[in-house]
Design a protein around this ligand. Sequence first.
Ligand code: MN
Length: 292
Amino acid sequence: MNKYKSIEQVISPPAPHMVGDGFRVHNFFPGSKTVGLQRMSPFFLMDYGSKIEFSGTNTPRGVGVHPHRGFETVTIVYHGKVAHHDSAGNSGVIGEGDVQWMTAASGILHKEYHEKEWSKNGGLFQMVQLWVNLPAKYKMSKPKYQPIEGERFGRFLLPGNQGLVEVIAGNFNGAKGPANTFTPIEMYNVKVKKGANVIFSFPEYFNTGFLIIEGNVILNNKEVNTNNFALFANNGTDIIVEANEDSVILVLSGEPIDESIVPYGPFLMNTKEEIMQAYEDLNKGKFGYLED
Ligand code: MN
């Protein structure tokens, strides 16, 4: 058995597209031709909003009311502020360094905008949105909403002043993440200083990828630059991170959900019939109501 996971691919950021007028994102998967539909399961989608400057405006940019069913959206804000409202009556602001973990499950309508006051001046914006699949038995469970302020992350201080691991979900060396997940997921912000040398270990069968938010690192002897995504093969367990400069890495690792899926638009279900049902339920108003 290999001890070290090998890197299957380093993916540079695909050409960006706009989601509404507020989110300029690189879709690393499932859009990438080189990454299979379920390759990063339970993570189905990763939209990365690399750094961009927005000018000030009194009309906040964003994306209007739209539905989701069958999965969770996880929004991680590195720079800027995102406001959110949904038809389950939840709303909030995801500030710099915060995470919002929204379980759409049986269905919600929501809208996502730059926060109003932040929008007036505009500024630097950087974020990630993940779609996390749910096992069939949880797809029609009740929607839920976990606002996770950065101060609630688990924190593991790396020895020798090498930096910090912020644990959003899972457990790193005893530091536990506050997110409740339906399947085993490890999600960290790794903030390492130049010269740091840190080992991570995940089960061989967990799908694992590192997105470089800032800096430049060597992952198991391969250099990976800012805004690139390193997808690891399902061999070995360990990943050595060596920081060439002060760096921030979004670490994703999770147990795959071994079920067939049918994604369509804003829905992620197991069968075509369930997709048709989702549209029928949406048209019947079963996703509730939310003002635009
Ligand atoms: Mn959405």
